[in-house]
Design a protein around this ligand. Sequence first.
Ligand code: SAH
Ligand code: SF4
Ligand code: F3S
Length: 456
Amino acid sequence: MSKKLYIKTYGCQMNVYDSQRMVDLLSPLGYEMTETPNEADMAILNTCHIREKAEQKVFSDLGRLRIVKDERAESGKDMMIAVGGCVAQAEGAEIIRQAPYVSMVFGPQAYHKLPEMIAKTTRERDIKLGLKKNIGVVNTDFPVESKFDFLPQPTTSTISSFVSVQEGCDNFCTFCVVPYTRGAEYSRPVADILNDTRRLVSLGTKEVTLLGQNVNAFHGISPNSNDVEWGLGRLIYELAEIEGLERIRYTTSHPMDMDEELIKAHGEVPQLMPYLHLPIQSGSNRVLEAMNRRHTTAQYLDVIEKLRKARPDIAMSSDFIVGFPGETKEDHNETLDLVRAVNYAQAYSFKYSIRPGTPAGAMDLQVPEPVKVERLAELQNLLNEQQLAFNQSKVGTKQQILVDREGKYDGQLRGKTPFMQSVHFDGNERLQGEMIEVLITGALPNSVSGIVDTIG
Ligand code: SAH
Ligand code: SF4
Ligand code: F3S
């Protein structure tokens, strides 16, 4: 009999990728996906620890799942609750102490052991059945073996797919939990990445996004020699040879790892899309140093200048943190100046959130909440203006759109421009998964609208 699996994913694209791999791992065990927790024999929360809010959400969602588990128990059905991802890595057994109805806790580098963990939990539950006591399984190892060697080949694909190429981070920015939750930097061998991508393309993928916490630090073993490593640029040139792969993107990059070859690829590889998410976090050199970002604003602007020389129409995106400990009004104004200097097409911005165990969490001069709120609003106003202006600049142009989903309304479709703008337009359902030309006719802050040139 088939069993139902519910997965809720929080956080970054790497977690989205990991959740998909969990589905691939569990489908041979007879698990089918469900969107409804009430139906689930197994519920996994794939969690994020990046900011306090993300973590709090997990515990409130767990409370809700507990109610569902109890309701199912009344009608004689069980539900196994598992917590994976970065909160699991950070909190470990503490989660089971706080929420004893959780059966399994596993970190981002241990999920390939899911089938084993399920077998173990089930066995122990059967032994303890009379006692109604749950013994949770906790696996937050950073195993020496790579999980990638144990993950099954993808059997289904989407028009746009993620391919993990690099994981973990050795940068230790003082605000960030990622080096602790994802572990040390690791690059997958080039041959494995090429295999995965070819397979996805043969299953229908037209666009890949190469993923890594610090993706441009990629240094994978060459397919030809164990002694040679390839950087991300070299990998992109090779991926561009795969027939049927129309678009290549990558995220997230560190400014200090944008090397010459990668910048050159932006000018020479037509499949590499003219959009780059390149977080700077702050426009103040003093704050950048306290964040341990290892670069100045001048170096960041220099990288952008080189990118724009290679690919003049490249659309830039970034992440910003306001209210980092010790940030003054002056530092904040420097961030606004940097935003004006770059002119972003898109960006994400956050209030600094204290993370336990990180150096910045223990720093003096934490910025009061109302100041953070004010600075965030000011920054977001400016970024929204720039984003709207960028979207407006494309009105009247024709853009190649990869149609990747249905729109909100009947008869509406959605897709992405090369610049990562979300486009909505009316069109025949058959256009889903196609690359089509759309005339951009309107601009909103977060999307553009258009009309299809061809008769769908
Ligand atoms: N590897 C990526 C980012 C990973 S986290 C990089 O180097 O840019 C995604 C974003 O979350 C970061 O860029 C940062 O802007 C934000 N972030 C990380 N830690 C944070 C914290 N403690 N408080 C607020 N925002 C944070
Ligand atoms: Fe975190 Fe910095 Fe690593 Fe990005 S580069 S994941 S912000 S430590
Ligand atoms: Fe969150 Fe972990 Fe990603 S902390 S942002 S899910 S790497």
